[in-house]
Design a protein around this ligand. Structure first.
Ligand code: NAD
Length: 518
């Protein structure tokens, strides 16, 4: 699936045994070179539509991880001093390279992650938009000035890079999320250590190669692979000044705590339970189609998937039609024409999703559409679950309290808008929500009273464009500055404030000033 520069075949060492292997292995990227890891620990990467092993990824050794950070540290000296126009040029070339290779990137995503090719192109496209925004760094990084704060004295600020920054990425957006990370970090003058998800590294490796082709100097971007040891290394290494994390709450809270304790800036984007509130005055056709698309697209493996519907008042009667439309989606391997819903990432993910569906049944919910036994011809060994809808759900049920991260829509009912708002606000997560209505006053009330960081009005997945920031809140976020946009620039920079005085000769001080200057 990838050019040989990323992949090669090495004998697989397990302890003192050595097996010959025809499975290709993913390389590390250290100091401008794609290098084979010397590790003896490898993880298998599967095609989720077939469960065949397609490649292996190394758990980088301590020595390799140290070499990667040292390379970032050395490169920081010159990259941070490189003119902002030169850094901008690298990203102008980079955005074009991504555009030119969008189909190749999408293929690398689908084979490892499983999503449909069209959806994979969307994954790349939403990351590309962040790169395009990074190209406006010359205005984004401006400081502030205030002349004549007192006689002959001016104050101005510089926005400066931090040093070495690191990104730890999840499996569900193999392009978009790495592209939220290193482009913003590097365009500000930082150097970057990326740890892609060990389940989907190929797209990240292609993106890294394109960074090199765009002119990023050796050492400005390094890549290590691995799991917990690599994450701990990033949290602990003193040269790393900031960590961007996207993934589950379990990992995100741990990384936030460990990284912060070590004095680093950490931003952690985590899990979600996003509610779509359906008012009876909504445009029915539009709303049902939007709900189905946002619940089951990418097999529900999106942090902004609309995984919970609240039907208000008369909108309850729309449920049978919602089920009919969901049934019509085609479940298939992501590279097959017409596929709407691809496989889940792993057999374990499938098992977890199925057991959460069963928990709903056991706790008294009503299974309106059951996708557990879906049969995908030619892909019998894939991790497929078809669209599933669970009705009569209450907040106490496990299928409501846990993030399912699969093609499962849980449906609750409410008598009034106030009841719906109080349900959403009682849920610990705050990533995204949407209201469907044709009434402006209803929409305004919802957007003002709901305690969720990203709100859509007749927009099911309100992921902000990169001139804004991704502002998930409450249980979906730790940190105080968000990803991309102005907040992203703030995260990757620090302020230096200069106060200068240039007096004319005759205004020279005649004696020491020992009181606090006012
Ligand atoms: P994950 O937490 O399993 O993995 C993310 C990264 O953390 C990986 O690089 C992995 O190696 C590392 N990791 C995993 N477990 C760890 C642990 N216990 N300790 C230290 N490091 C660990 O997440 P995932 O399954 O790859 O991604 C799915 C999750 O990500 C979902 O919960 C989803 O909602 C969330 N997500 C959130 C956003 C957002 O912006 N809020 C976006 C995408 C995904």
């Amino acid at each position: 699936i990838l050019p040989a520069v990323f992949l090669s075949q090495v004998p697989l060492k397990v302890g003192r045994m050595c097996y010959s292997s025809s499975v290709p292995t993913t390389k590390l990227f250290i100091d401008g070179k794609f290098v084979e890891s010397k590790t003896s620990e490898w993880l298998d990467i599967h095609n989720p539509a077939t469960n065949e092993v397609i490649s292996r990824v190394p758990k980088a050794t301590q020595e390799e991880m140290l070499a990667a950070v040292d390379s970032c540290s050395r490169a920081f000296r010159s990259w941070s001093e490189t003119s902002i126009l030169a850094r901008q040029q690298v990203f102008l070339r980079y955005q074009q390279l991504i555009k030119d290779n969008i189909k190749e990137l999408a293929k690398a995503i689908t084979v490892e992650q499983g999503k449909t090719l069209a959806d994979a192109e969307g994954d790349v496209f939403r990351g590309l938009q962040v790169v395009e925004h990074a190209c406006s760094i010359t205005s984004l990084m401006l400081g502030e000035t205030l002349p004549s704060i007192t006689k002959d004295m001016d104050t101005y600020t510089y926005r400066l890079p931090l040093g070495v920054c690191a990104g730890i990425a999840p499996f569900n957006f193999p392009a978009m999320i790495p592209l939220w990370m290193f482009p913003m970090g590097m365009v500000c003058g930082n150097t970057y250590l990326l740890k892609p998800s060990e389940r989907v590294p190929s797209c990240a490796m292609l993106l890294v190669k394109m960074m090199q082709d765009a002119g990023a100097p050796d050492g400005t971007l390094n890549v290590i692979h691995g799991q917990h040891a690599a994450v701990n290394f990033i949290c602990d290494h003193p040269a790393i000044k900031a960590i961007s994390f996207v993934g589950s709450n379990q990992a995100g809270e741990y990384i936030y705590e460990r990284g912060s304790k070590n004095g680093k800036r950490v931003q952690s984007n985590m899990g979600a339970k996003n509610h779509g509130v359906v008012m009876p005055d909504a445009n029915k056709e539009n709303t049902l189609n939007q709900l189905v698309g946002a619940a089951f697209g990418a097999a529900g493996q999106r942090c902004m998937a609309l995984s919970t519907a609240i039907l208000v008042g008369e909108a309850r009667s729309w449920l049978p039609e919602l089920v009919e439309r969901s049934k019509a989606l085609r479940v298939n391997a992501g590279d097959q024409p017409g596929a709407d819903v691809g496989p889940l990432i792993s057999p374990q993910a499938k098992e977890r999703v199925c057991s959460l569906i069963q928990s709903g049944v056991d706790e008294g919910a009503k299974l309106l559409l059951d996708g557990r036994n879906v049969n995908v011809k030619g892909y019998e060994h894939g991790n497929f679950v078809g669209p599933t809808i669970i009705g009569n759900v209450t907040p106490a049920m496990k299928c409501y309290s846990e993030e399912i991260f699969g093609p499962v829509l849980v449906v609750l009912e409410a008598d009034t808008l106030d009841d719906a708002i109080s349900l959403v606000n009682s849920n610990p997560y705050g990533n995204g929500t949407a209201i469907f209505t044709t009434n402006g006053a209803t929409a305004r009330k919802y957007t003002h009273e709901v305690d969720v960081g990203q709100v859509g009005v007749n927009v099911p997945i309100p992921v902000p464009l990169p001139m804004f920031s991704f502002t998930g809140s409450r249980g979906s976020f730790r940190g105080d500055t968000n990803f991309y946009g102005k907040q992203g620039i703030q995260f990757y920079t620090q302020i230096k404030t200069v106060t200068s005085q240039w007096k004319a000769e005759d205004a020279t001080l005649k004696s020491p000033a020992v009181t606090m200057p006012t």
